[in-house]
Design a protein around this ligand. Sequence first.
Ligand code: PLP
Length: 352
Amino acid sequence: MDLTQLWSHGIAAMAPYVPGEQPQGEGWIKLNTNENPYPPSPKAVAAMAAAVHERMPLYPDPQSLELRRVLSERFDVPVEGTFVGNGSDEILAFAFRAFFDRDGELLFPDVTYSFYPVYARFWEIPFRTIPLREDYSIAIEDYAGKLAGIAIPNPNAPTAAPLSLERIEQLASEHPECVVLVDEAYVDFGADSAVTLIAKHPNVLVVQTLSKSWSLAGLRVGFALGHPTLISALERVRDSFNSYTLDRVAQVGATAALQDDPWFRETVGKIVATRERFVTGLKSLGFEVLPSAANFVFAAHPKLSSKELLEALRPHRILVRAFKGNRLERHARITIGTDAQMERVLEVLATL
Ligand SMILES: Cc1ncc(COP(=O)(O)O)c(C=O)c1O
């Protein structure tokens, strides 16, 4: 018997998201999933080690109140305006369910985080993708009609292009009928956060993560900031699903990390400086590089497609990300690692 017949309706037809490769073994220069090359705050590591030893028989705080208090202070928003989840991916999935299953269409860019169409199909939300302009920018004038929602990453992925706060504010004020979800996974590397818009535009929901600028991809912690009424909708989804999305170690580690601002600034500063040097190096090799406000660059080799580039780098144990489809074939997405790693990449690229 074909046991796939036992699957629920719709599961066979699904096209799940495929995460970037996590290679086994040592010695890889891993620039394919936009992780941070530096370790997290030593204070976060110490807090997590202590948490492993204490109180593990008990469930964690389902409200994650301590962590949310720290978020509230850092971003100057009320505690009720904060939400935490198991990576921002989980929060995005909850938000799609909480806000976009309404009359009208959900809009997001055609070139963007590839999880968006997966969530939309999973929750059976009608959506339309809006083509980026010729220069890979998001033109907010194109986001028109009777909308159920708008989702945009700022900076966008995989292009790394930022959108100005003025444009996001315009989008929010022109569409009070729906939630404007701003996915700020990479905002700390060079864009302005829309958190400052929340007080004036209560339809703005900001989602951030500790996976990139905070060096904690392995911990799986993301957070959302928004009007308490929007946060209540996210809590309804979570509490219909899994009340304890953040374990004790994650809550404690994230809390301690967010309190170590000097560590955060130093790490982000190093990545931004390396990015600028790497972009100069790529350009001198003839690459076309889009301006980046993220911890990765979107770059096209003068001759090779991104797939060919990926295959040429792989034997050198260097991993980058290639994309399929319209307008994406030429550009590879290359995460910014340490200076030494990026110098090695440039060295190898020079030989191709
Ligand atoms: C645009 C964007 N949003 C969200 C995420 C999810 O991050 P996480 O689930 O690790 O918080 C990613 C991860 O690569 C991303 O690129």
